[in-house]
Design a protein around this ligand. Structure first.
Ligand code: SF4
Ligand code: SF4
Ligand code: FES
Length: 247
């Protein structure tokens, strides 16, 4: 049960109270989420700010770590004519930011059988003819939160240079932000995906290490470790993940 204390508290002077309030205010910023103003912590990501403001994100969130591309967001800043793009899970809010998350971006994606395709420019011409409407404006590159040379990989697709498309688009998250800005209405990330599939199927050199590892998996060499992982709690798994060796 809560009890009332009899000890006299030191009265907080008006000026101190004001200063304390000001300090708290310093750490908050105003952002406009789908047109409505909200006070949110200044160090929040856009995704954190949306949730802090009381919205539940049902679509438009996945990994929350900048890997899955599910949280494409567009925003404008006061007095700035530019439209900015970013991932909601990794972009920190700024005062006055006017933002909207784009939970899904419609895209052209033809169905194909990779076994029946040729790894050449004719395949791009047939499946993604709009690629050849590129006007080299570089807007896609500016929109990319991964800092990829998007225009360069589209130009490589026009030349049929599958290896270059594969290489330049390798870190694409399929967030779709390039596609919504493209005046030629190209869906760049699907073009990159096609190139990576063509490269993997027809052009990549055989990897002896991969072959060996697949054989080891088939021989159940890693079953014990795999079973241990399956039994781990989420926090343990997280710790293990962040402590892993990476190149
Ligand atoms: S290339 Fe396009 S879809 Fe891929 S990460 Fe960049 S903006 Fe997103
Ligand atoms: S935004 Fe579209 S038209 Fe402009 S460079 Fe990129 S792919 Fe080409
Ligand atoms: S939620 Fe996966 S990249 Fe943002």
């Amino acid at each position: 049960m809560a009890t009332q204390t009899t000890a006299k508290k030191k009265p907080v002077k008006q000026t101190e109270a004001k200063a304390a309030k000001k300090d708290t205010q310093k750490e908050m910023v105003t952002v406009f989420i789908m047109g409505k103003a909200h006070e949110v912590p200044a160090d929040a990501t856009i995704m954190g700010a949306i949730e802090y403001a009381g919205y539940q994100i049902k679509r438009g969130a996945g990994c929350r770590e900048g890997f899955c591309g599910a949280c494409a967001t567009v925003y404008r800043m006061p007095g700035d004519y530019k439209i900015y793009t970013g991932l909601a899970c990794t972009t920190i809010v700024e005062d006055g930011m006017w933002l909207s998350q784009l939970p899904a971006i419609p895209s052209q994606k033809p169905v194909y059988d990779i076994n029946k395709l040729d790894p050449n420019v004719a395949t791009f011409q047939r499946l993604y003819p709009e690629v050849f409407r590129c006007v080299s404006c570089n807007t896609c590159t500016k929109a990319c939160p991964q800092d990829l040379e998007v225009m360069d990989y589209i130009n490589a697709a026009m030349r049929g240079d599958i290896e270059a498309v594969m290489d330049l688009s390798f870190d694409c998250l399929s967030c779709g932000l390039c596609a919504i800005r493209c005046p030629a209405e190209i869906v760049q990330y699907n073009v990159g995906l096609l190139a990576r599939r063509l490269y993997g199927k027809y052009l990549a050199k055989e990897s002896k290490q991969l072959k060996k590892r697949i054989q080891e998996v088939k021989e159940h060499k890693f079953d014990k470790e795999f079973n241990e992982l399956m039994k781990m709690k989420k926090e343990e798994l997280k710790k293990k993940y962040y402590e892993r060796d990476t190149e």
